[in-house]
Design a protein around this ligand. Structure first.
Ligand code: G3P
Length: 218
């Protein structure tokens, strides 16, 4: 499974990329707003740090303007992925933009049928939102399972399943168990995957015993 980070925070992206933990980045208008920066500047900077796909989202809701915005976003760098919403116009834009050779991430997916249509529209990535389904009392990870099973029924589908709206380490595990190709994870959750109290306890014991030996490796 590949790991994308779900943020527009360049410092976080640089740090995680240097650790070799990143295969790509996803942004959205809310994440760009949090930075207080210009989207073109931020996305350009991110594309210079990460070689993998970097999603940047259109702001229009009509087909023609989505196309114009998508093409403009794609000019930022070769690894820009144009993010479009899962609407009729979004799917139409997806078909046109992928036809032009661009990568397209269809976002705001909340049902298996929506994911089927995104694949039909030639989406490079489909982004089902786990956390937001959990928010309304549903089980977000079940949607990942359904989409995986459906896509696997049709080997011609090459849309990659990108689990989004990941809020907890458990969401990451559930997405992996359900067969997601990619998870996009906020930086704090990604760092949280490393933590385990028994790791901390074990390390403290090893360090204490090592000190008692009086030895030095270097
Ligand atoms: O990539 C989409 C993701 O950012 C949405 O996450 O936590 O706002 O539901 P959230």
């Amino acid at each position: 499974m590949q790991f994308f980070v779900d943020t527009a925070d360049v410092a976080e992206i640089r740090d995680l990329a240097e650790a070799g933990l990143l295969d790509g980045v996803t942004t959205n208008p809310s994440l760009v707003m949090k930075t207080g920066r210009d989207m073109f500047e931020v996305v350009g900077e991110i594309c210079g740090i990460v070689d993998g796909p970097v999603s940047a989202e259109v702001a229009a809701t009509d087909y023609e303007t989505m196309l114009k915005e998508g093409r403009r976003l794609a000019e930022i760098a070769d690894n820009v992925t144009i993010k479009v919403p899962l609407t009729f116009d979004g799917l139409k834009a997806c078909r046109t933009l992928t036809g032009e050779g661009h990568m397209v991430n269809v976002t705001l997916c909340f049902s298996a049928n929506q994911a089927l249509l995104a694949a039909k529209a030639g989406a490079t990535f489909i982004s089902p939102f786990i956390g937001r389904l959990d928010d309304i009392g549903l089980k977000g990870s079940e949607l990942i399972e359904e989409i995986r099973a459906i896509y696997d029924n049709y080997p011609a589908i090459d849309t990659q399943l990108l689990a989004a709206s990941i809020r907890t380490p458990n969401h990451v595990k559930e997405a992996a168990l359900a067969g997601a190709d990619i998870v996009t994870v906020p930086p704090a959750v990604l760092r949280g995957l490393i933590d385990h109290p028994l790791t901390d306890k074990g390390l403290a014991a090893f360090l204490s015993d090592w000190k008692k030996t009086g030895q030095s490796i270097l």
